[in-house]
Design a protein around this ligand. Structure first.
Ligand code: PLP
Length: 411
């Protein structure tokens, strides 16, 4: 008799975006004439940069000629891309990363989701709350979450509330933890940490022999000086941190798929006898067993992001989204709403008016302004009373959404 992994049964029923889709579909069925503006799901809308498209097409053509055809690529990724990443994202900031510490993949979702496989079930996992749901659900699937409680938290996870009261700065855990997920700039709150604030986490991990899983998928959106772009800007981080990056939001690769993970050789975890094991070795073993690489054309396309034209074009797109972020921030602030994020991140985290619940505010925007948002509570209990809007929409629609919301009675 085949038996299931019963940890899957602990997963909470409806995935956030499925529930949003259900509510939106119901509304649209009742009001077929309503023209919805979608500022909910964090997918991009601008096309790939011309330099990327040109490189992509060239590499596809190479695959069609016998003399330039390629089969399986190198297991960590093509050196041309790894070198471009090291030069463009690290060495240029004075950070040391070696070629065999970079692993090219098809997404930061899979990497942040899969990396926990390297750790035993007994590890105590800390997550910030609200949180990108992948960290939670993959640990629940692996048996580290236990059952969901009435309050929406899993009994086995340690939640670090990030709210207005603490400026969305995650507090150090109240009990010892072994694995810590940090996402900076943050999805969903759009907030960042300073070097000093991040250093407290690196110091904590060093003192507790914990590992930080640092998701920097939105690094390209950092505008302000002094905000760390990589956790390796912090002294000692190479001993305790793994960093996840993605081309999805940096260069519009959500449908093209390319990302990478940096696993410094110094980062270790321990066996029952207390012996240290390199996570770099284990991740290589895991990836070479379960993953067969990203296609050559996609890696060529990703490398084009680091060329001078690629950089300029990608920056233009990010500037476009960040101008949307400013429109949303200003539009909502003018209405008296309290607004966070949107300065170093494409997400705007809005406090709901007058104690309204997240889903109620979602419904108000949907029914009153025909604007689709994401209720904050969907990202964790501390997201209750907030709503997430994204800057990834089209300019005219973003402006129109603000005009429509301005006409609402917000109470
Ligand atoms: N990490 C965070 C925090 C995200 O918000 C997302 C996507 O929304 C991802 C990772 C997924 O990135 P990718 O498209 O590379 O899988």
């Amino acid at each position: 008799m085949a038996r299931i992994n019963e940890h899957y049964l602990n997963l909470k029923g409806s995935y956030l975006f499925a529930e949003i889709a259900r509510r939106v579909a119901r509304f649209q069925a009742e009001h077929p004439e309503a023209r919805l503006i979608r500022l909910g799901i964090g997918d991009v809308t601008r096309p790939l940069a011309p330099a990327v498209v040109e490189a992509f097409a060239r590499a596809v053509a190479e695959m069609g000629r016998p003399e330039t055809f390629r089969g399986y690529g190198p297991e960590r990724g093509y050196p041309f891309l790894i070198q471009a990443i090291i030069e463009g994202d690290y060495r240029s900031r004075g950070i040391k990363v070696e070629e065999d510490e970079v692993f090219i993949s098809d997404g930061a979702k899979c990497d942040t989701g899969n990396f926990q496989e390297l750790f035993g079930r007994e590890n105590v996992v800390a997550i910030t709350d609200p949180v990108y749901p992948v960290y939670v659900d993959t640990n629940v699937m692996a048996g580290r979450g236990g059952r969901p409680r009435e309050d929406g938290c899993y009994e086995g996870l340690v939640y670090l509330p990030c709210t207005e009261e603490n400026g969305f700065v995650p507090p150090l855990p109240p009990q010892p933890v072994d694995l810590i997920y940090l996402c900076l700039p943050n999805n969903p709150t759009g907030t960042t940490l300073t070097k000093e604030q991040l250093k407290r986490w690196v110091d904590y991990a060093r003192a507790h022999r914990a590992v930080i899983l640092f998701d920097a998928a939105y690094e390209a959106y950092i505008r302000e000086e002094g905000i760390p772009h990589s956790i390796y800007e912090i002294e000692g981080a190479r001993e305790v941190a793994v960093e996840f990056r993605s081309f999805s939001k940096t260069a519009g690769f959500t449908g093209t798929r390319c990302a990478y993970t940096v696993v410094p050789k110094e980062v270790v975890a321990f066996d029952a006898a207390g012996r240290a094991h390199s996570l770099n070795d284990l991740w290589l073993r895991r990836q070479t067993t379960k993953f067969n690489g990203v296609s050559y054309p996609v890696q060529v396309a990703a490398a084009a992001v680091y060329t001078p034209e690629g950089r300029r074009q990608v920056k233009e797109t990010i500037d476009y989204y960040m101008a949307n972020a400013a429109i949303i921030r200003e539009g909502l602030s003018r209405l008296g709403l309290r607004v966070y994020g949107g300065v170093n991140a494409p997400y705007i985290w809005v406090k709901t008016p007058a104690g309204m619940g997240s889903w109620d505010f979602f419904e108000l925007l949907l029914r009153g302004a025909h604007v689709v948002s994401t209720p904050g509570v969907g990202f964790g209990p501390s997201g209750e009373g907030y709503l997430r809007l994204t800057a990834f929409g089209r300019r005219e629609e973003t402006e129109e959404a603000m005009e429509r919301i301005a006409r609402l009675e917000l109470g």
